[in-house]
Design a protein around this ligand. Structure first.
Ligand SMILES: C[S@@+](CC[C@H](N)C(=O)[O-])C[C@H]1O[C@@H](n2cnc3c(N)ncnc32)[C@H](O)[C@@H]1O
Length: 207
């Protein structure tokens, strides 16, 4: 019962706060404005990417997230920014959209939290047009052995506190193994961010 109350009332606000730091917003600005056409945002959360969309480039936006509370927050942000977002309350392991319909998939700070990321990436591949792109920015496993060791140590507790977020996923490997190719891939520690959660991977991938 305490867990449920935590996830319903506290966690959405905590995620919103933790994901809206200056360095993270700087990352959003590198990725989000590239989305164009029919866009599917995986794990839209509280809608922190919405202000970064390039309105002139987008036709339709779908925002998917299993958390009804976070979707409520995203709807408000969308309204405030005058963007029409079609919300799908569901996990990305099952995307209730037709195949071959999405031009741009946007995914930021979410691959860490999807329990079955392989199924999710299969679904993403299914709904994407053959010339579509995934625009991504994720935190993940760090290259330094010492940091990596701490990521692996802390991950079980971290995951319990932060809604299933894993700090030690190998993001490029996961995307690549699912059959996507990188058009661009960059990585670095975000400034002013604890290193165990601050190693970012971002770029563009396609089928
Ligand atoms: C750290 S938050 C990031 C939210 C948002 N993408 C952002 O950049 O601020 C992780 C998000 O993943 C979502 N999530 C968890 N499980 C998921 C799943 N199976 N499919 C899609 N999203 C999921 C959570 O509800 C949450 O909104």
């Amino acid at each position: 019962m305490i867990k449920k109350a935590y996830e319903k009332y506290l966690l959405p606000k905590l995620l919103d706060k933790c994901c809206s730091t200056k360095p993270i917003n700087y990352q959003r600005n590198k990725i989000v404005p590239n989305a164009k056409g029919t866009v599917l945002e995986i794990g839209i959360g509280s809608g922190l990417n919405i202000p970064f969309y390039n309105k002139r480039e987008i036709n339709k936006v779908y925002g998917l997230d299993p958390s009804a509370e976070l979707c409520e927050m995203a709807i408000k942000t969308a309204k405030d920014n005058q963007i029409d977002v079609n919300i799908l309350i569901n996990g990305a392991e099952e995307i209730k959209l037709a195949s071959n319909t999405i031009d741009s998939v946007l995914i930021t700070y979410t691959l860490c939290s999807i329990p079955n990321f392989n199924d999710a990436l299969k679904e993403i591949k299914r709904v994407m047009k053959s010339d579509g792109n995934i625009f991504f920015c994720e935190h993940g496993i760090a290259p330094d052995p010492k940091i990596k060791k701490w990521q692996n140590r802390i991950n079980p507790l971290w995951s319990k506190l932060f809604g299933g977020c894993n700090i030690n996923r190998d993001i490029p490997f996961i995307i690549n193994e699912a059959g996507f190719e990188f058009k661009s891939l960059q990585q670095m520690y975000l400034p002013s961010t604890p290193k165990i959660v601050g190693y970012n991977y971002w770029g563009v991938a396609s089928i």
